[in-house]
Design a protein around this ligand. Structure first.
Ligand code: 5GP
Ligand code: MG
Length: 466
């Protein structure tokens, strides 16, 4: 069965006084749209009932209707989901809602539970029937089950957390209480902020900024924060033995204007570029990034190297993300439709093209070819992360090991395959320096094949469960 990938965005808001929360959830989700474009949804509690509005598509398509403004309720959660290929997609739209003894529960999840299959099989043997293949449903049902005996969420969460292995940043709604929960390793981000007379959680601080709120701090690994009628209480549901923050959030995934663990994403990317210029210098006429994700890295590179920075490549904003397309042919042709060089910038020049990462190499192969056709004399590729060689068990859509261009290849071989004159990757110590956290506190599993948790082999090889 196809399993959803959950590199998603979550939000939860609780106002103190009566105030329609739905438009706020909507705007927060729009600010988190880059974290997931497949589907989205919100739940709102009006004092009596919890209502769900969700569907497939972008936030403005699903939730942009006028009626949203009329939904009553001053607390709610929202979710935007990252795409995956095939399978029962509509059923996996979040938040998941379940009705229980303690009231209606709604859950939005960003992350990936690596032992979900094992727990599901165990529960199925006891007669549980699952409606979806999603590990979010699993968490919701484990929690609901625990809440029967332990009606307090932090206590129930402490018990559930003992079974769960993996990444989870959660927004949970139980009636008028909103909970923000972050796994004991803090793999995925979750930020806490002030908003008017209340509080909110969001995957990234940019969503708090967008609503005119003030980011306060990250939810701590192993912490559950409860918001109720605008008041905040914090509990610890698990001890955190070190952290494993996903380094890819800074490198690629998060928005540059977000702050994660005290480091602004934009600043980290620029620093990556600067370090890359020191590690892999080259004589060139112009440097530019592959838009949009490689631009900050390129600016850092050019500044440090003293090379002119320019826009060498344009991106068609109306073409969706090519990375997640199901077949290599569509990925190739869509990359062509998405990117186009600016001829006056590259023609007759020695260029440095910087991107955040190479996974399969589709983007780079295509881009180098385009630059040559546009008359570039030399094309030097610089990459703002070390070699990605292994799957991510915690949510990034990277599948089997043979898909990684850098796996088992030297830089010379990679350079030849993508058709470049040279290629240079950031080093691990360079990444550490740029993020400003020691490597032991980061998850670099896709670079080192060393994961912070035991990962069942089946979970790594094809990313499917059950
Ligand atoms: P490649 O084309 O080598 O397979 O993937 C690298 C390109 O896709 C880079 O331009 C990078 O910005 C982007 N990318 C890397 N990882 C991800 C991901 O997990 N999701 C999406 N949508 N894009 C990614
Ligand atoms: Mg990119």
């Amino acid at each position: 069965m196809d399993r959803p990938q959950d590199k998603c965005g979550v939000v939860g808001i609780s106002f103190g006084r009566k105030r329609s929360v739905a438009p706020f959830l909507y705007n927060a989700l729009r600010a988190l749209q880059h974290r997931g474009q497949e589907s989205c949804g919100i739940t709102v509690y009006d004092g009596k009932e919890l209502t769900l509005h969700s569907g497939m598509g972008y936030v403005h398509e699903v939730l942009g209707k006028k009626e949203l403004k009329d939904i009553e309720g001053s607390c709610g959660i929202g979710h935007t989901r990252y795409s995956t290929t095939g399978g029962s997609r509509a059923r996996n739209v979040q938040p998941f809602v379940g009705s229980t003894d303690v009231g209606d529960l709604a859950l939005g999840h960003n992350g990936d539970i690596v032992n979900a299959c094992e727990i599901m099989q165990d529960r199925q043997a006891r007669g549980w029937a699952f409606l979806t293949s999603s590990d979010t449903e699993l968490i919701l049902r484990l929690l609901a089950n625990e809440l029967v005996d332990n009606p307090e969420v932090p206590k129930a969460m402490a018990i559930v957390a003992k079974r769960l292995r993996g990444a989870y940043s959660l927004c949970l709604q139980v009636g008028e209480s909103i909970y923000g929960i972050r796994d004991p390793l803090g793999i995925r981000p979750l930020h806490l902020g002030h908003i008017e007379d209340g509080y909110m959680f969001a995957s990234e601080s940019v969503a708090i900024d967008t609503l005119g709120g003030d980011p306060i701090r990250d939810v701590e690994p192993g912490e559950v924060v409860e918001l109720r009628k605008g008041r905040l209480t914090s509990h610890r549901f698990a001890k955190s033995k070190g952290t494993a923050h996903c380094m890819f959030e800074w490198v690629y995934f998060a928005r540059p204007d977000s702050i994660i663990e005290g480091s602004e994403v934009y600043k980290v990317r620029q620093k990556i570029g600067r370090i890359l210029a020191r590690e892999h210098p080259i004589e060139a006429d112009v440097a530019f990034g592959v838009p949009d994700s490689g631009r900050a890295h390129a600016l850092g590179y050019a500044t440090e190297a003293g090379i002119e920075y320019d826009e060498g490549m344009m991106k068609n904003r109306y073409v969706g993300r090519t990375f997640i397309l199901p077949s290599q042919r569509t990925r190739e042709s869509d990359t062509l439709a998405k990117l186009n060089p600016i001829k006056s910038v590259v023609s007759g020049k020695k260029v440095v093209m910087v991107d955040d990462s190479i996974v399969r190499g589709t983007t780079m192969r295509r881009s180098v070819k385009m630059l040559r056709r546009a008359g570039a004399e030399e094309v030097h590729v610089r990459i703002g992360v070390p070699h990605i060689i292994a799957p991510c068990p915690f949510g990034i859509d990277m599948k089997t090991r043979d898909q990684f261009l850098a796996r088992g290849r030297t830089d010379e071989e990679i350079s030849k395959i993508i058709g470049a004159d040279s290629v240079g990757y950031l080093s691990l110590p360079g990444l550490e320096e740029a993020i400003g956290l020691p490597l032991e506190r980061l998850c670099c599993g896709c670079l080192t094949e060393e994961y912070a948790l035991d990962i069942p082999e089946g979970h790594l090889s094809d990313n499917t469960i059950c």
